[in-house]
Design a protein. Structure first.
Length: 428
């Protein structure tokens, strides 16, 4: 580039006499310049004057008022418990009708916050491009449902139920759940949201027993109630919280607002939740949508899918997860257990006793929805069955709570070696 070429090199270019042995191409190659630069310098009126080193597109010089406004809005947003990053500050400047010449770009605001020491250092995160992103095309095509807890005081923890429309990010419900995360409280909140926003075609949730029992091979209260309205309840895969990532991410600004306002009673919490839901839907720019778009604006612009009209057989939903290989419901890594010294395994926080004779063997556990099946490894024999749901007792016994198919608590199946490291004299 002309502005990077030194005066010394310019003199060499002017003094160069092209010949058959010293061509222009060879000269340019030896001096690491382009032919265009070579001829441009030879044709300039003042070729020995170096080009300007000033940037071609210098930063716009903003008045001091701009930076004072940024500091002010940063402080106000942080104190109120709202998002206070560069995008939120720029959005606040725009919504307060400041003229364009006072509004820097998002990156310029971020640069200023770093220079002022107003940023929070975050650890390096996994690149967003590595995630498989999905978004429905129509409003009410899919809602995401989840609950989270908030500690009101040292002795009180409350549960909040939240739903998000997948297409528009409209927060259709944000309410306290009386009595915790129960099916009854969730159903009341869902029915109220449906009455206000219409029926969704599908509701995606985690595998909380208050939301759905489909992966346990049963029909829950919410499963049946939504199926009666033609709404499909879909439980996400186990150990995959990002599958419900939109509603999981929406918990964070709610908790931030609650911590900033410090409510003292349940009534205070519900009032703050109502205020935040209105702020989130109508006044907060959503970064998952186009620049400057709120969920309410996206809801108005989106096409709403036709609501379901025919009820669904809830047992047909259970059949989707009745097999052991569906959606990674079962993984050998999580369902293989070795029997301990006294002949028991730990599974789902329960010690399950088989008998001392089973010590040292490995069992593969398969959840069939209505019951658990225990297979002996590597023989592949079905040795025991335990019905679901598991009893409330702390420890379980196959003889008492289930049944042996091959062998029993004193005897291994035929042809299976005894792996006990030490046995009583009476057993030898």
């Amino acid at each position: 580039m002309a502005d990077r070429i030194t005066t010394h090199l310019r003199r060499k270019i002017l003094a160069h006499k092209p010949s058959e042995t010293d061509t222009v191409t060879a000269f340019c190659h030896d001096n690491n310049i382009s032919r265009d630069s070579y001829y441009r310098i030879r044709n300039e009126q003042a070729p020995l004057q170096a080009g300007s080193t000033a940037p071609r597109r210098p930063h716009t010089i903003y008045p001091d008022l701009t930076w004072e406004l940024i500091r002010q809005y940063r402080h106000e947003l942080a104190e109120a418990g709202y998002d206070d990053g560069p995008r939120s500050i720029k959005w606040t400047l725009i919504r307060n009708d400041h003229p364009d010449h006072l509004i820097p770009s998002t990156s310029r605001i971020g640069m200023f916050l770093r220079q002022e020491g107003l940023t929070r250092l975050n650890p390096k995160k996994r690149p967003h491009s590595s995630y498989k992103r999905f978004q429905k095309a129509f409003a009410n095509e899919l809602w995401q449902l989840d609950g989270f807890e908030y500690r009101l005081d040292a002795h009180t923890v409350v549960t909040i139920i939240q739903t998000i429309d997948d297409c528009t990010r409209m927060m259709t419900a944000l309410d306290l759940a009386p009595g915790g995360e129960t099916a009854e409280a969730t159903l009341a909140i869902l029915n109220a949201a449906i009455a206000e926003y219409g029926k969704p075609r599908e509701i995606l949730s985690d595998n909380s027993r208050a939301f759905t029992l489909q992966r346990s091979g049963m029909v829950g209260t919410i499963d049946a109630a939504m199926a009666a309205q033609g709404i499909i309840m879909t439980p996400g895969p186990y150990y995959r919280p990002r599958n419900q990532g939109k509603v999981e991410r929406a918990h964070k600004p709610v908790i931030k607002r609650l911590k900033a306002t410090r409510p003292r009673t349940r009534a205070d919490i519900q009032a703050i939740l109502n205020d935040f839901q209105d702020h989130y839907n109508h006044h907060r720019q959503h970064q998952g949508l186009r620049d400057g778009l709120t969920p309410a604006a996206a809801w108005q612009a989106a096409t709403t899918i036709d609501p379901p009209t025919e009820p669904i057989d809830p047992h047909a939903l259970v059949d989707r997860y009745a097999t052991t290989d569906d959606r990674g419901h079962l993984s050998f890594e999580h369902t293989v257990r070795r029997l301990h010294k006294h002949g028991f395994i730990l599974f789902r926080k329960h010690p399950i006793l088989f008998g001392m004779v089973w010590e040292g063997h490995e069992l593969m556990i398969i959840d069939k929805g209505s019951h658990l099946e225990f297979y002996l490894i590597p023989h592949g024999e079905l040795v025991a069955i335990l019905d679901l749901p598991l009893p409330e007792t702390k420890s379980l016994n196959i003889t008492r709570d289930g049944r042996f198919v091959n062998g029993d608590n004193l005897r291994l199946p035929a042809g299976v070696e005894d792996r006990r490291k030490s046995r009583r004299v009476s057993d030898k």
